[in-house]
Write a new protein. Structure first.
Length: 152
């Protein structure tokens, strides 16, 4: 039998963008913009991605390294306050098994002509598939990919 575990963790990632809250928020709300940054590394190839940015609806992203079980991401939006806050629940599978489940809150805070994005995640990481340090690193990597889309 597989050894079962559930590790609970919270982390916060902050990033300041040289753009207004509306521009930064649009990177999450506009499916064309989100498709440019919300994906795995190029070597993973094109994945199966879908976006439905409405409360009660959600997104999905399925992909991974060639030859490995796919990473499958699904979410549901719980609250959307334009240019201010997004709250969503999401879960990930590594192949078939449920690997993690989280609540994420994104806050878009104006700082002069810039925006401080504060993302807080409260997660449960199951059976050793993923962990909080790796998730935090991946989140930082994704948030960096937003900068060229909003700061131009």
């Amino acid at each position: 039998m597989t050894q079962r575990s559930a590790i609970h963790a919270t982390f916060v990632v902050e990033r300041v963008y040289a753009a207004s809250p509306a521009r930064v928020f649009s990177a999450f709300a506009d499916p064309e913009k989100k498709a440019k940054w919300f994906k795995g590394p190029d070597e993973w190839g094109p994945g199966d991605i879908g976006f439905d940015f409405r409360v009660g609806h959600g997104d999905h992203s399925i992909g991974g390294p060639p030859g490995d079980p796919p990473h499958r991401f699904y979410n549901r939006y719980l609250e959307i306050i334009p240019n201010t806050r997004i709250v969503y629940a999401y879960w990930m599978h590594h192949g078939e098994p449920l690997a993690s489940a989280s609540i994420a809150t994104l806050e878009f805070k104006p700082e002069g002509d810039k925006t401080r994005l504060v993302m807080t995640e409260v997660g449960t990481f199951l059976d050793g598939w993923y962990d909080a340090p790796g998730r935090e690193e991946g989140t930082r990597w994704l948030l960096e990919k937003i900068a060229p889309l909003v700061e131009g």
